[in-house]
Structures are given as structure tokens and as C-alpha cells.
Design a protein around this ligand. Structure first.
Ligand SMILES: [Zn+2]
Length: 216
């Protein structure tokens, strides 16, 4: 399968549970529920779990179907990302939030998924509170919108593409600087930097600066 959505969950178990213990519990519970084993040998239905200490572990390949959201065939077109914790009663550890932000940036760029397609589980399963009532529907999505630092290290600029437009922008704080080349040319000339595609309503939150050409 090709993922088109990123669906974020909470585990409903306490976030301070040690990773190995929580992992064992997820694997056994999901095995007992009849979830299919992954090519990596796990029954855990999520592709990724972020534990209370911020550690990321993978259980399914990105192209393998998941077992985390049966509504609207989402298991066949999304990556399931679970934060260990019960966010009806607690909030994520900042280490978890940072790991999630990085993972969402990577996966949205890798699979060309707009941040508008990052959802809490409850969006598709309204009878659930998942990823927790303490977190707003746009909490996960907003981790990679308008709060991105521009430079991820030396010259790793975050490149913004507005959905439906060929133009590219470089994000500096919440200011979008026109990049002066179109997306196709960019891909040919400057491979490597992260490209994040924003829906129009998200793009509208950014300030647009005067025209400025920036070298990659
Ligand atoms: Zn869920």
C-alpha cells in the first residue's frame, strides 16, 4: 500500500510504563485480537510507537497494511503512529512530542502527505477519544505547521510547497520566503531538503515576505 494519511493514536496505558513492558503488552493484546503478524515479526497494529521516554520503535513497514483504524479503509492507506500514554488524563512528555514532530516531518516528506491529512484516530472513529481529550484535533498536525524551525542543522532548510501550486517557499520562523524556482526544477536541482506540503488554509497562517531568492 501507499500511505496517504498519518493517523495518531494514544495507547490508553500510562505513559511512564517502561518501553519493553508496554511493547510486550501491545504485542500480546494485538496478537490475541487476531491482528496479522508484520514482516518484522510483530503483532502490534501500529507502524510506529513513541514511548514515554521519547523512544521511537517501528513494528510494520510503511508499505504494509496496519491494524489500527478499521473505519474508511484507513488500515489500507495510512500509517498508524501511537504515543504511549493516556491523554484523556495526562499530556505527552516533551520528548514524545519532539519525536512525533520529527517523525511527522519525515513521513509527510517521504510520502508526499499534506499536513491536512494528519488526523487523530477519533476523526475516523468518533466513538473514541483517541488520541485523548486533552489534545485538540489539530495538535499533531500543528507540530509541523508554522512552528517549524527553518534550519534543521547547517543548511537543512524546510521547504514549503503550497498545495496545488508549483511555487516553493522557505520557512523562516513563521515567515515564508519565496524560493524563486518551481517544484519540478527544485527536485532536479536541489535534492535532499525536507519538503512539506501545506493546504491553503495552513499556508494562509504564514506571513509572506517580499520576494527573496535563497540559495539551497
Ligand atoms: Zn486509536
Amino acid at each position: 500500500m501507499t500511505p496517504h494519511f498519518l493517523i495518531v493514536h494514544h495507547s490508553f496505558t500510562p505513559k511512564d510504563l517502561p518501553a519493553n513492558q508496554a511493547e510486550n503488552s501491545f504485542n500480546n493484546t494485538h496478537k490475541n485480537r487476531g491482528f496479522p503478524v508484520s514482516s518484522m515479526g510483530w503483532y502490534v497494529g501500529y507502524h510506529y510507537v513513541i514511548y514515554g521516554n521519547g523512544e521511537l520503535r517501528q513494528y510494520r513497514g510503511d508499505k504494509e497494511i496496519g491494524a489500527h483504524c478499521k473505519e474508511q479503509s484507513m488500515n489500507f492507506q495510512s500509517l498508524g503512529i501511537c504515543l504511549s500514554g493516556n491523554f484523556d488524563t495526562e499530556i505527552p512528555n516533551p520528548l514524545q512530542t519532539e519525536t512525533l514532530r520529527t517523525l511527522l516531518q519525515q513521513k509527510s516528506a517521504e510520502w508526499g502527505i499534506a499536513s491536512a491529512n494528519i488526523y487523530p484516530h477519533r476523526k475516523f472513529a468518533p466513538y473514541k477519544s483517541c488520541y485523548g481529550t486533552k489534545l485538540a484535533d489539530d495538535w499533531a498536525r500543528n507540530l509541523i505547521v508554522s512552528v517549524n524551525p527553518i534550519n534543521q542543522g547547517e543548511n537543512r532548510a524546510v521547504i514549503i510547497k503550497k498545495q496545488g501550486e508549483p511555487a516553493l517557499y522557505i520557512l523562516e520562523g513563521n515567515v515564508a520566503l519565496p524560493f524563486g524556482v518551481d517544484f519540478t526544477t527544485y527536485q532536479q536541482d536541489f535534492g535532499g531538503a525536507t519538503v512539506v506540503e501545506l493546504a491553503s488554509f495552513e499556508f494562509a497562517k504564514l506571513k509572506i515576505s517580499v520576494m527573496k531568492i535563497v540559495k539551497a
